[in-house]
Design a protein around this ligand. Structure first.
Ligand code: SF4
Ligand code: SF4
Length: 167
């Protein structure tokens, strides 16, 4: 679904977006390398994502618009992920052989590369175990947010949007 048609009232009642309400990049785009996916449902005055993108890949009609990624320009650098105060941006990369990489913003105590964690859906439910492949702490972020990258099965790339460390 196009970002401009996200039903805000349903989102507010639920507290999270459903996969159907997200503007997913086509598979051929993900196979070509990392791109950003923006899951920002609220038309509030906010634009660090667009302002921080070094290649102008995030379109916003005005500061209250929902941002939209131009996959033809996006390099998947992740700068917008680290600059989004709403933790609403992820990068997805399915260029690898068997798995996809999801880079997500993360505000809890950081896991370590190689750690097995639970991959959670938008509702916070466990989807599958996934492996952390990269950790970028806040002090190395170009914005204000730590990021964690996990390897996930391709069939889960549009579902997993958070992680939970195991006890
Ligand atoms: S990942 Fe990089 S190039 Fe793509 S939209 Fe974000 S800041 Fe721009
Ligand atoms: S910076 Fe984040 S919260 Fe703000 S408009 Fe962009 S995606 Fe939405």
């Amino acid at each position: 679904m196009d970002n401009e048609t996200v039903d805000r009232e349903n989102w507010k009642a639920r507290g999270y977006l459903t996969s159907e309400e997200v503007d997913h990049p086509p598979r051929e785009v993900l196979k070509g390398g990392a791109v950003a996916v923006i899951e920002c449902p609220q038309r509030i005055p906010c634009d660090p994502c667009s302002e921080s993108c070094p290649v102008g890949a995030i379109d916003m009609e005005n500061v209250n618009s929902l941002p939209k990624v131009d996959y033809g320009k996006c390099t998947g650098c992740g700068i917008c992920v680290e600059n989004c105060p709403g933790l609403a941006i992820f990068t997805l990369d399915c260029s690898g052989q068997d798995t996809c990489q999801i880079t997500l913003p993360y505000e809890f105590p950081l896991p370590e590369a190689g750690e097995e964690v639970e991959g959670l859906n938008r509702k916070g439910e466990a989807v599958s175990n996934v492996t952390v492949t990269r950790v970028k702490p806040k002090d190395r972020s170009v914005g204000d947010t730590s990021t964690v990258t996990v390897a996930v099965p391709e069939e889960s790339v549009h579902d997993i949007r958070n992680i939970r460390r195991k006890e």
